[in-house]
Design a protein around this ligand. Structure first.
Ligand SMILES: Cc1cc2nc3c(=O)[nH]c(=O)nc-3n(C[C@H](O)[C@H](O)[C@H](O)COP(=O)(O)OP(=O)(O)OC[C@H]3O[C@@H](n4cnc5c(N)ncnc54)[C@H](O)[C@@H]3O)c2cc1C
Ligand SMILES: *[C@@H]1O[C@H](CO)[C@@H](O)[C@H](O)[C@H]1NC(C)=O
Ligand SMILES: *[C@@H]1O[C@H](CO)[C@@H](O)[C@H](O)[C@H]1NC(C)=O
Ligand SMILES: *[C@@H]1O[C@H](CO)[C@@H](O)[C@H](O)[C@H]1NC(C)=O
Ligand SMILES: *[C@@H]1O[C@H](CO)[C@@H](O)[C@H](O)[C@H]1NC(C)=O
Ligand SMILES: *[C@@H]1O[C@H](CO)[C@@H](O)[C@H](O)[C@H]1NC(C)=O
Length: 603
């Protein structure tokens, strides 16, 4: 199944040239778009691409070109989850800090991108994340700036009030959206073991969080799922931003099964893109009269730029690529969110998440929650401050002064956020699946990797240096998370279920590994490096800080080109990326409309 996407927006002025194109086309072929011009050409039809295509065509004509999933129950039903036909699988390069392991990582490959295959957890970033983006040099992207767009993007359906009360589901209606296209709601069922987790967490001193979407997410809370409450069916970007509108948008065209090779420059102006069938074949050109917008996701957008001559000279030149702009940040600053998965044997309890009933109670924790007398959180922060920062970056990256300056600025913010109290952003989430495993998701790592092309072949996989735990402090935080998880499991409410810890963090005789060296060894071998929350590989940062795009998401040093997807986050957020990709895309759509006087923005 190939679904690399090219989104093509037909300009009003060019209608005669494109007269042969079908009206209200759901898909166009590369033959009837050959040599055609569009206002906007969008490379990649995931969350950001579809959100922008929808909003930018409210006032214009659009063409569509795409590959769609065929409504599998195992994609659409919460919990019945088998996304494998619709993903890209990529092998990482050896993980230097993790025994040189290589791992398979995934991202979405279909109309809708990750949103149509993901785990449906809907957790906004916290206020401190976005205020940090502003502090790093991005005016206009703070929490107050984004909140209206989070609200615009979504439609929240409240659960049955009696069930919500009994299950401790709480929310603040005033900061949730009620008219937007992305439908989300809560599970309709709570597994009994969920109460054990709730009570055990409370007894460690952690309190319930009134609404994790409010910008404050420290504490215990339910996480909603991105599905339609009436039908219990997934609501991905395809449903929310394509199916909802295409029949009324003669100017919205999508081309599927096509991979964008590179952007075509006239001088330093992006004039169009060159693409080819995802299984190989003839290269075709499409021109953009206004802008090219790249939204191929954090693993693929850097390669589109690099193949086009936009990227670090030390990658482009050896490959014989003409440098359009030497932009050292392209592909750097890459990171994901990791997981410590702790397994238990609980034969007497059979409740498990079955289709339709996701049990989704999470606990947002700060580093303060993780410290102990023998391993105080202040010592973890102090140790991180002693590092030779340039040496932590992937080979060939730390030598660039701009990227290094950006990394240092991020570290200062991160280490400050590690000291946050309950007013700040959680650095990790603890989760119990109500059956046999618990997970600790570390959302704010210090380590950074890099994505780089291996050559000029457009269909070749990128080289992905994950860089996981390159800063050993990340392992120390993960060790503290393992300790916290065991503390929760040791509370009377969880002990009542009789959990016995199993491998990989317990030895063969069932004894949990407790010594620091043993835990570190187990983490090197078993830390899960990816939640498919890859981000930040074309960061929105000042150019002097290794940035790739400015606060309007325009690529530095060229014209007519923006990058708009999860790769432009400066840092991962305290939550899942999905609501933030929707919200930031909604905001960018208004900025683009203002720039081009579309949709009444200048009248
Ligand atoms: C299995 C899985 C589970 C996840 N679970 C969650 C979760 O529970 N909660 C959460 O918040 N997030 C989750 N995520 C992450 C989330 O889905 C992504 O962060 C999000 O989709 C990123 O949006 P995007 O628009 O930046 O990129 P994507 O949605 O990844 O879209 C990029 C699109 O570009 C296409 N593309 C790539 N290269 C090219 C090219 N050269 N030419 C043309 N097209 C190209 C891809 O095929 C893809 O469709 C999950 C992701 C996966 C894969
Ligand atoms: C596109 O147009 C060019 C020039 O007319 C032609 O050579 C090429 O074969 C066309 N390709 C496709 C796929 O239609
Ligand atoms: C990982 O590989 C590098 C390069 O080959 C080597 O120098 C290093 O010793 C290896 N580390 C481990 C733990 O095997
Ligand atoms: C929002 O959800 C409600 C059900 O809670 C539904 O009645 C309404 O039509 C939805 N609105 C939009 C814009 O999808
Ligand atoms: C809800 O909270 C109460 C009071 O803290 C607790 O006893 C109960 O177990 C919780 N229920 C669930 C389903 O989490
Ligand atoms: C799970 O969800 C289904 C469908 O919404 C519902 O009918 C059922 O009662 C729920 N509970 C369990 C335990 O499956």
């Amino acid at each position: 199944m190939h679904s690399s996407l090219l989104w093509l927006v037909l300009p009003g002025l060019m209608l005669s040239e494109a007269r042969s194109l079908p009206r209200y086309a759901t898909r166009v072929s590369r033959c009837n778009t050959n040599q055609t011009s569009y206002d906007f050409v969008i490379a990649g039809g995931g969350i950001a691409g579809l959100t922008l295509a929808d909003r930018l065509t409210e006032d214009a004509s659009v063409i569509e070109a795409g590959e769609f999933d065929r409504g599998h129950a195992d994609l659409d039903v919460p919990g019945a989850w088998s996304p494998f036909p619709y993903i890209w699988g990529l092998d990482t390069q050896p993980l230097r800090a993790l025994d040189n392991r290589t791992e398979l990582v995934v991202c979405g490959k279909m109309v809708g991108g990750g949103s149509n295959v993901n785990a449906m957890n809907w957790i906004r970033g916290a206020a401190a994340d976005f205020d940090g983006w502003v502090e790093l040099g991005n005016p206009g992207w703070g929490w107050d700036d984004l909140l209206p767009y989070f609200i615009k993007s979504e439609n929240f359906t409240a659960p049955n009030p009696e069930f919500a009360k009994a299950a401790n589901i709480s929310w603040d209606s005033s900061i949730r959206g009620h008219e937007g296209p992305v439908q989300y709601t809560y599970s309709n069922y709570a597994y009994p073991a969920g109460s054990n987790w709730w009570d055990a967490t409370l007894s460690t001193g952690i309190k319930p969080a009134p609404d994790p979407m409010s910008g404050k997410n420290m504490g215990i809370f339910w996480v909603p799922n991105v599905r339609d409450a009436a039908t219990n069916i997934r609501c991905g970007a395809r449903t929310a931003h394509y199916d909802r509108v295409y029949q009324t948008r003669p100017n919205y065209h999508i081309l599927t099964g096509m991979t964008v090779d590179k952007i075509l420059f006239e001088g330093s102006h992006a004039a169009g893109v060159q693409y080819l069938p995802s299984e190989g074949g003839e290269v075709v050109v499409v021109r953009a009269t206004k802008e090219v917008i790249v939204t191929a996701g954090a693993l693929h957008s850097p390669g589109v730029l690099q193949r086009s001559g936009v990227g670090p000279r030390n990658i482009l030149q050896p490959l014989g690529i003409d440098v359009v702009v030497d932009l050292p940040g392209v592909g750097t600053n890459f990171h994901d969110q990791t997981t410590v998965q702790v397994n238990f044997n609980r034969p007497q309890c059979s409740a498990y998440t079955v289709p339709h009933n996701l049990s989704t109670v999470f606990t947002g924790v700060s580093l303060r929650d993780l410290g102990t007398d023998s391993d105080p959180w202040e010592a973890i922060v102090a140790e991180a401050k002693t590092r030779d920062v340039a040496a932590l970056l992937p080979p060939g990256v730390g030598g660039d002064a701009t990227v290094l300056a950006g990394y240092q600025a991020q570290r200062e913010l991160l280490l400050r956020s590690y000291a946050a109290t309950e007013q700040g952003a959680a650095i990790a989430l603890l989760y119990f699946d109500t059956y046999s495993s618990t997970q600790a998701y570390f959302m704010k790592p210090l380590s950074r990797g890099r994505v780089a092309i291996a050559g000029t072949a457009p269909l070749a996989a990128p080289l992905v240096d994950y860089g996981t735990a390159a800063d050993p402090t990340d392992l120390r935080v993960n060790a503290a998370l393992l300790r916290k998880m065991r503390e929760v499991m040791a509370q009377p409410a969880m002990r009542a279920l009789g959990p016995v810890e199993l491998a990989p963090y317990a030895a063969g005789d069932g004894a949990p590994i407790a010594d620091a060296a043993g835990v570190e060894r187990a983490l090197r071998g078993n830390l899960v490096i990816s939640n498919a929350h890859q981000c930040c590989s074309n960061p929105m940062l000042p150019r002097a800080r290794g940035g790739v795009v400015d606060p309007a998401k325009k690529v530095y040093g060229v014209s007519g080109l923006r990058v708009a997807d999860v790769s432009t986050f400066p840092m991962s957020v305290s939550g899942g990326p999905t609501p933030t990709v929707y919200g930031t895309s909604e905001k960018l759509a208004d900025m683009i409309k203002r720039d081009w006087c579309l949709d009444g923005w200048c009248s």
